[in-house]
Design a binder for this molecule. Structure first.
Ligand SMILES: *Cc1c(COP(=O)(O)O)cnc(C)c1O
Length: 422
């Protein structure tokens, strides 16, 4: 039996309708921007395995650091105990985060990072004797699949069966250059009429919404308005963090810094799962008390796992290196040049870029999970490219170490798709 056949016996894959999905491709190893299947065929990973392996798969710097850690301290309770990897990571991460972020809380994935952020925000007011129940989120935002994170997510394709069980969330449109003032007015109206705890947003790029990009000035004014009114702001940088937008964090493109930030995905460079919710001293101090019950009673078994911390430390060292920064600039320039070539193609409706993330909306009508999507997925795999178009959007969000030749193969693949498939 092949691996794909054995897989089918007991495994249930994420975001998959098994009845209509063909066999899963078996991947046996990965290096840099390449995946290798069990027959040794290589594929270019055009989405850095869901935006995690930003510095390339099996990056030797991360591998070395993790190897050392594996032999020293594997796992230990993080309540009452601490360890060097967690402390070193806190020093390094706070060094690159927006300067108001001073305290770090660990969890395991992007969704839990968001759930923690929501609990921080709700309890922040609770501890001060205020009950605030409403959260504000952007339309088409995606914040994860656990209940809190799902509640603030606005992508109804995922939420259908659960909507009756959600937290109380009011949604506002994504700000554009044209509707900026109108969205700000909508926000003000919600703030007037409801008891709002927090505003959560994916800064600059909404990943799961198909790499939708928005107006930084518009977002800045929404954050500013919340902060003027004492409403906490939560930047979900699970996808945008660690260099994707050209800066270490998307929030650094804005004037107004968030009160709380959610980090995961590239935090460990794709080595192992981990997440962090960071916050300001102001948020932290609302929990700092002689009263036990004012603490944040949330804790995951694997909080600050030393191996994950070691991977994250190596990841930050890589991100800050001159070589990686040059790679980021190279990828940005390369996408820009490709954009010049492709944007006037008759099958292209529009294109957009934010740092290393590049997206093309095709001039075709289709459903998010319709036939054309399957055709495009098949086409890319047949051309040895691992790409996952979202709706009629084809996007590239590769690792920064992808070579020029590999980028060229992706561009060729997209051009050929436009000419022959869609
Ligand atoms: C992926 C993602 C999440 C959820 O992270 P998981 O690790 O999949 O739970 C949350 N927010 C954003 C912006 C994401 O891109």
């Amino acid at each position: 039996m092949t691996l794909s056949q054995r897989d089918k016996k007991h495994l249930w894959h994420p975001l998959t309708q098994h009845k209509t999905t063909p066999d899963s491709l078996a991947i046996s190893r990965a290096k840099g921007a390449l995946l290798y299947d069990d027959k040794g065929q290589e594929y270019i990973d055009g989405i850095a395995s869901w935006y995690t392996s930003a510095y390339g798969h099996c990056n030797p710097v991360i591998v070395e650091r993790v190897k050392k850690q594996v032999e020293t301290l594997d796992q230990v309770v993080f309540a009452g105990l601490t360890h060097e990897p967690a402390v070193e990571l806190s020093e390094k991460l706070v060094g690159i985060l927006p300067s108001n972020q001073q305290k770090l809380f660990f969890s395991d994935n992007g969704s839990t990072a968001v759930d923690v952020a929501i609990k921080m925000a709700l309890q922040y007011y609770f501890n001060r004797g205020e009950k605030r129940q409403v959260l504000i989120a952007l339309e088409e935002g995606f914040h994860g699949d656990t209940f809190g994170a799902m509640s603030v997510s606005g992508l109804s394709v995922y939420n259908g069966p659960f909507e009756d069980f959600f937290l109380n969330v009011k949604r506002i449109p994504v700000p554009t250059v044209d509707n900026r003032q109108e969205v700000l007015n909508q926000l003000k109206t919600i703030l007037d009429q409801h008891s709002v705890a927090a505003f959560i947003y994916e800064p600059l790029v909404q990943g799961a919404a198909a790499m939708k990009m928005h107006d930084p000035k518009g977002l800045d004014s929404l954050i500013g308005e919340c902060q003027r009114q004492g409403i906490l702001t939560i930047a979900d940088e699970v996808m945008t963090g660690f260099g994707k937008t050209g800066k270490h964090f998307a929030s650094l493109h804005l004037q107004n810094q968030p009160d709380i930030m959610c980090l995961s995905k590239a935090l460990t460079g794709g080595m192992v799962p981990m997440a962090i919710t960071s916050c300001t001293l102001n948020v932290y101090n609302a929990f700092y008390s002689d009263d036990m019950s004012k603490g944040l009673f949330h804790g995951h078994t694997y909080s600050a796992n030393p191996i994950a911390c070691a991977a994250a430390i190596a990841g930050i060292d890589l991100l800050k290196s001159q070589e990686m920064q040059q790679n980021i600039q190279r990828v940005i320039a390369s996408h820009k040049a490709f954009d010049q070539r492709i944007k006037n193609h008759p099958k292209v409706a529009s294109t957009r870029q934010c740092g290393t993330i590049y997206a093309i909306d095709l001039a075709v009508n289709m459903e998010r999970y319709g036939d054309l999507r399957k055709k495009m997925l098949d086409y890319f795999l047949a051309n040895y490219l691992f790409m996952r178009p979202l709706g009629n959007t084809v996007y590239i969000a590769s690792s920064y170490v992808i070579t020029d030749e590999q980028l060229y193969r992706i561009y060729q693949g997209i051009e050929n798709l436009l000419d022959t498939v869609v």
